[in-house]
Design a protein around this ligand. Structure first.
Ligand SMILES: Nc1nc2c(c(=O)[nH]1)N[C@H]1C(S)=C(S)[C@@H](COP(=O)(O)O)O[C@H]1N2
Ligand SMILES: [Mo]
Length: 432
């Protein structure tokens, strides 16, 4: 099911203007800017030019005092590259690992640090004006870990990918600097998740037809950005997506959810940007009024020239990408046959075709796909290469999804460097 966040966002902004939406932690000026950008408030920019400022440049993560502070699992340099509070998977470490990313090499993206929570002490509070309840009484229902474990479960294969995955290529490949964590392509993992459909829990909690937005919130520390405490990591989710395929996940690759990935329970929002997948979820607000947080206003929209002034709609689905399971700068012996392997994925459907070039984009051939196209998950592929001339060359992989979307050669830049989908140029050397 395709959800139109853009249309919904305009409606949500109109409601905010009418005093019918709440926006804790978001400034009135930022919302006015968004409303103007969405065309909901047409006179605003003209009337108050001072507010039509460029998007604030906000880094994902401040510089770290030490490598990977706050990550519980080992993050050895063979498997990960540490970037601030985050650990990026090294693509060569996925070679031969099978369909699911092993937990020992699944990337970690933490705004602060991993809280070590005990499932027995944990509960999920579902609350808010979108639930049935007596007038004047707070509507709230709590579910324990065991309650969730006893409910009917679903098992889904899905990737989680940071919206900023590939961000560094805006700078290195296009000369368009972007703020935020300088990921290469390793801010993605694809796992088998098991849990309870969020729709099931919502119905038990007394969901009414008045509910429009949900907001899951993490139990990790509040996040301070540029000296402002923005509160706990939280991001509104439209009810339509929540009822579609969202899961409260408690298992990853057949094991209890690891600490770093949200133990005991995280939200899984298939195909959407990583930030939607709230880890260590402690409560879900179910609201009859639209909701905002800094994670759907100041962050996770496209800002800058070429985008609506004041920002795009909140980011929802991921774009198409491909990666080789090969180190950047790797050597390949001339005159021998090499098997190049990689994976491609898209938020817009399964992967239908992957083309590979080993000569910098002059000639292309079809790679062999090893997995049938599956929405919200990736496909492995390979192709043989028999280089005959020594010297440097560039590998490229270009995927097309079942929705017909092909990776472009250039991505329109945006200030915070989200959704890089261009074909990545992968330098290697053929050696005698
Ligand atoms: N509570 C909480 N949830 C969170 C985050 C966080 O810092 N805190 N980071 C988000 C972001 S930006 C991403 S990309 C994914 C990363 O999930 P992973 O660390 O399991 O790979 O989790 C999301 N959920
Ligand atoms: Mo992310």
């Amino acid at each position: 099911m395709r959800i139109n966040e853009s249309a919904y966002d305009r409606r949500r902004l109109r409601q905010w203007l009418g005093g019918e939406a709440r926006a804790e932690g978001v400034s009135r000026r930022d919302l006015l800017r968004l409303a103007a950008a969405a065309g909901v408030l047409t006179t605003f920019t003209a009337a108050q030019p001072a507010v039509a400022q460029p998007a604030r440049a906000v880094a994902d993560t401040p510089a770290p005092p030490s490598p990977a502070p706050g990550i519980v699992k080992p993050v050895p340099p063979e498997l990960f590259t540490i970037r601030g509070t985050n650990a990026e998977t090294n693509w060569p470490a996925l070679h031969g690992t099978g369909y699911h990313t092993p937990i020992d090499r699944f990337f970690v993206r933490n705004h602060t640090s991993t809280p070590v929570l005990d499932a027995d002490d944990w509960s999920l509070k579902v609350w808010g004006s979108g639930l049935r309840g007596a007038p004047g009484v707070e509507r709230a229902v709590e579910f324990g870990y065991r309650d969730l474990r006893r409910m009917p479960s679903v098992t889904v294969d899905a990737f989680i990918e940071c919206a900023g995955n590939g961000r560094s290529y805006f700078t290195s490949q296009q000369g368009d600097p972007a703020t935020g964590t300088a990921w290469t392509l390793g801010a993605i993992g694809s796992a088998r998740w098991r849990g309870v459909p969020l729709s099931h829990v919502l119905r038990l909690a007394g969901l009414t037809r008045h509910a429009v937005d949900l907001q899951p919130r993490g139990l990790d520390d509040t996040w301070v950005s540029n000296g402002t405490d923005l509160g706990h990591v939280r991001r509104p989710l439209p009810l339509a997506k929540a009822l579609d395929d969202v899961v409260l996940a408690y298992e990853m690759n057949g094991e209890p959810l690891p600490y770093d990935h949200g133990h005991p329970v995280r939200v899984l929002v298939p195909s959407w940007v990583g930030i939607a997948n709230i880890k260590w979820v402690g409560d879900v607000e179910v609201s009859a009024e639209p909701l905002y947080s800094p994670w759907n206003t100041d962050f996770y929209r496209l800002f800058g020239p070429g985008h609506p002034e004041g920002g795009s709609a909140p980011l929802a689905g991921q774009t198409v990408k491909s990666a080789f399971e090969v180190a950047a700068g790797a050597d390949f012996a001339v005159g021998r046959r090499h098997r190049l392997t990689g994976r491609s994925w898209s938020g817009g459907g399964g992967i239908r075709r992957v083309e590979v070039s080993t000569d910098g984009g002059t000639t292309w051939r079809h790679a062999d796909l090893h997995d049938r196209p599956r929405a919200s998950a990736w496909s492995r592929w390979s192709t043989d290469w028999h280089p005959t001339t020594p010297g440097p060359t560039t590998l490229l992989a270009r995927a097309t999804d079942t929705g017909g979307r092909t990776q472009p050669s250039h991505t329109a830049p945006n200030a915070q460097g989200y959704l890089f989908d261009a074909v990545v140029r992968h330098p290697v050397t053929v050696v005698a």
